[in-house]
Structure formats: structure tokens, C-alpha cells
Design a protein around this ligand. Sequence first.
Ligand code: ADP
Ligand code: ADP
Length: 221
Amino acid sequence: NESIDYKEVDFGYNNRTETILEEASITINKGDKLALIGESGIGKSTFVKLLMRFWDVKGGTLTIDGKNIKEVATSSLRDSQTLVSQETFLFNESILDNIRLGNPKASKEEVIVAAKKASIHDFIMSLPHQYESRVGELGSSVSSGEKQRIGLARAFLRQSDVLILDEPTSNLDTLNESEILKAIKENSKEQTIVLISHRKSTTAICDKVYKLENKKLIQTV
Ligand code: ADP
Ligand code: ADP
């Protein structure tokens, strides 16, 4: 029964007087699809950064499978979690190789399968700045929405236990968003999902919705 437990967690950045979390508690069970909503700048990204141990909690405890996160090897944390952030970093190799970053051992076929799930397979041998986009603009660069698709394709290829999505569809219009959300849903049956979004349509694939408010997490659905 693997789970993530925030128990009365306090957190604030060292260089700031304002705290972000105060005695915030939440239990995330294996396979949960959890959405996290809340005002911009309230601390949603910070909340997931604690889970990836970019920062340590200041008070309370954060446990993973009953073990204090401070005693979990960073390498095993990084193996079990994948973050798709708003901004996907691309390097100057083919889209295929950019997706392969998600799992360097993957075969070309496996990369293509992941790319298809994210609908980014059309020009997979192109470089990011020579990408012929889906709307057929020759010689253009990948758009912000296409970058997000590449980030998601990486995550599909990785298949980690926990998938953290920070505004994964913020650069897609609603039609493209619903197509991508469907792919995420189909690809994440066993996976635990923590999805940050301020859009209601995005949280539709989640079965629990928590709001970060007054430095605590409150279940709304
Ligand atoms: P959200 O994801 O809800 O938009 P964030 O977690 O990104 O909010 O940020 C919460 C607050 O913490 C904001 O005021 C932000 O400016 C601040 N913040 C984020 N990262 C840092 C940091 N590394 N150092 C100091 N303050 C930070
Ligand atoms: P996100 O919402 O995805 O975290 P941001 O643009 O808010 O993206 O933050 C980008 C980076 O800058 C993050 O690593 C965050 O921790 C850091 N950051 C954000 N706000 C501040 C701040 N006020 N002071 C220092 N670092 C910050």
C-alpha cells in the first residue's frame, strides 16, 4: 500500500517572510489521480517540489511508503517520479532524441509509440527549430503547445510510478487539451497523478480535487 503522506507540513522559502504551507496535511494513495488547484502564486509548484525534494519541509513530516523522505535516496525518488513542467526544455537534436530523454534505453519504436500518444509523431526527425508544425508552417519552430506534447511524450516513455503534471496543457486550446487529457488518462491506469491546474477542464481526469488555500490543502471533490 504505497502512499505519499504530508503530515502537518510547514514550509516557507528562506529568503521570504511569508510562509507557503502551515500544518498542511494530505494523503495520496498509489494510483490516485489528484488535482491541485488554487490561485496563482499560492504555492502549488512549491508543494510538488517538496515531493521531489527540491526543498525540505520546515516542520511536520513528508513520508513516502511510510519512510521519511529525508531517508529516501534521491536517485530512487527521481526514478519513481516524473515532472512535466509548464516549460519543456529541448536540446538541439531531433524531436525523437528529445523524447528519448524520458528513457534513454527505449527503442526507436517505443519512442514513436510515446510520440503518437502525445500526437507529436509527424515530423519526429526534425530539429526543434526546423519543425514543420501540424498546421504546415514550413521552417517554423516548435510551438509552446508542441513543446508540452514533447514533455508529455517523454513522460509516457518513462512510465514512472508518480507523474507530476504542472499545468501540462496550459498552451493548448480546449480541443487539443481534451485529446491530450484522454491520452494521459489511458496511459496512467496504475500511475499516481498529481496534476496542477487552474482550469476546471484540465482537472476532469482526476478523481480528487484539492485546493491550496490559507496555507492548507482542502478537498473540494
Ligand atoms: P504556484 O505554483 O501556486 O503559482 P509557486 O509555488 O510557484 O506558486 O510560488 C509560491 C510563492 O513562492 C510565490 O510567491 C513565488 O514567487 C514564491 N517562490 C517560488 N519559488 C521560490 C524560490 N525558489 N525562492 C523564493 N520564493 C519562491
Ligand atoms: P513554476 O510556476 O513552474 O514553478 P516559475 O516561473 O514560478 O515556474 O518559477 C521558475 C523557477 O524560479 C522555479 O525554480 C522557482 O522555484 C523559481 N522562483 C519562482 N519565484 C521565485 C522567487 N520569487 N524567488 C526566487 N526564485 C523563484
